[in-house]
Design a protein around this ligand. Structure first.
Ligand code: SAM
Ligand code: SF4
Ligand code: SF4
Length: 386
């Protein structure tokens, strides 16, 4: 089955150049917010998870993320000087960790395309949470470079990886990455990650109705009992270029039903607060969770919003802070870092921004216009990171 190519709407304004102002109070000594690890937003949600996009480039052209027609040879990626350096990323990450972040995920674009990414991982692995523990340090990758890089990533201090894989059938996979990349190379990358000790490994499969739903069962059979957790993600309306349509979303409930009919499942408790995936374990003959057979996860961003627990912030490649995956604009932290503001000032700015956070796009989606009612278009997932 091949991807359907629908006409795209090209955004007129490049939202990467727009940014929100840091609240004026943030830098005023009187209203300074210190990093205590106890920050929460207007809906009482803490700050626990930071996703850092290290590049806006990718060697794949997944139709749901970086469609070829938009991300072609004329597309203007960010110039190198606009990217945060590893030292700048680490400095910002340190401030977030002081505010309570426990988990950092490197993403992109394709994070393994960023030169010397191991050096950044080494710096981040040295950070400690407010309680003095190492961070949960992970990375999401399309797996294309994993076979080559897994050992170096582990040696640098990366704990685990999530690999995106949308099917096992080579023709389906090649057509979904749209650069004719063979599935065997990604499977070899997953094995290399396992051999290097980058576990527990998770696999993300974006399900697009009419494109790869026939891959759901083969994927479930393949990873059952492997110690690898397969997660099915509903195709989302991120960005403004993927031509998203609701009728291409296969609800997670249907995925669970389909798998359950062949491989019985039992629902499991969430592993941590703010967990995005609903967990389902493979059942044994008595209907109990068979731990050796493992589990799957479903991420229902479209049909079942989970904004109430959302404790995630996103730092774009050029240092803008986004409070929601569906945000149209971010706060420019790079200018604060390059203006040589102190760590205390930076922490205060982040504190004010998070305290003012009201975002809950998925909960409001059905009532909103595609531009979120703001009149500006959302940034792309390849820029902000997944
Ligand atoms: N290139 C890396 C990769 O593909 O794993 C990291 C970046 S990618 C933007 C992060 C995750 O977002 C991937 O698992 C990808 O499948 C997912 N993603 C991208 N566009 C999506 C969409 N429209 N709906 C749901 N998930 C999407
Ligand atoms: Fe690249 Fe990942 Fe987006 Fe696919 S999902 S185009 S691999 S950034
Ligand atoms: Fe979090 Fe925004 Fe997703 Fe809601 S829509 S879960 S606030 S990222």
């Amino acid at each position: 089955m091949t991807e359907r190519h629908t006409p795209r709407v090209v955004p007129l304004i490049d939202q990467r150049s727009a940014s929100l102002l840091t609240p004026a109070a943030a830098l005023a000594p009187k209203t300074r917010i210190a990093a205590t690890g106890l920050l929460s937003d207007t809906l009482g949600r803490p700050l626990r998870d930071l996703r850092i996009s290290v590049t806006d480039r990718c060697n794949f052209r997944c139709n749901y993320c970086m469609p070829k027609e938009i991300f072609d040879k004329d597309y203007s990626y960010l110039p190198h000087g606009d990217l945060l350096s590893f030292e700048e990323i680490t400095r910002i990450a340190k401030v977030f960790v002081a505010h309570g972040v426990q988990k950092i995920r490197l993403t992109g674009g394709e994070p393994l395309l960023r030169k010397n990414i191991e050096l950044l991982i080494e710096q981040l692995a040295a950070l400690r949470t407010v309680e003095g523990r190492p961070l949960d340090l992970t990375l999401t990758t399309n797996g294309s470079l994993l076979a080559r890089k897994a050992r170096a990533l582990k040696a640098a201090g990366l704990q685990r990886v999530t690999v995106s894989l949308d099917g096992l059938d080579d023709a389906v996979f090649r057509s979904m990455n749209d650069v004719d990349f063979p599935v065997a190379d990604v499977l070899a990358g997953i094995e290399a990650a396992r051999d290097a000790g980058l576990g527990p490994i998770k696999i993300n499969m974006v399900v697009k109705r009419g494109t790869n739903e026939h891959e759901i069962l083969p994927m479930a059979r393949h990873f059952k009992g492997s110690g690898i957790v397969l997660r099915f993600i509903e195709y989302m309306d991120v960005g403004a270029t993927n031509g998203w349509r609701m009728n291409e979303v296969l609800p997670s409930a249907d995925v669970v039903k389909l798998i359950h009919a062949e491989l019985p499942l039992v629902q499991l408790d969430p592993s941590s607060p703010g967990e995005t995936a609903e967990r389902w374990g493979y059942a044994d003959a008595s209907g109990q969770h068979d731990k050796a057979a493992g589990e799957i996860g479903v991420i229902s961003s479209v049909t079942q919003a989970f904004c109430g627990d959302c404790n995630r912030a996103r730092l774009s490649t050029e240092g803008k802070l986004y409070l929601c995956l569906f945000a149209a604009q971010g706060y420019d932290l790079r200018s604060l870092v390059r203006a040589k503001e102190s760590d205390t000032d930076l922490a205060s700015a982040v504190g004010h921004i998070w305290q003012g956070r009201t975002d809950r796009y998925s909960e409001l989606r059905s009532a909103m216009a595609p531009d979120g009612g703001t009149g500006v278009r959302r940034v792309e997932m390849s820029y902000i990171g997944g």
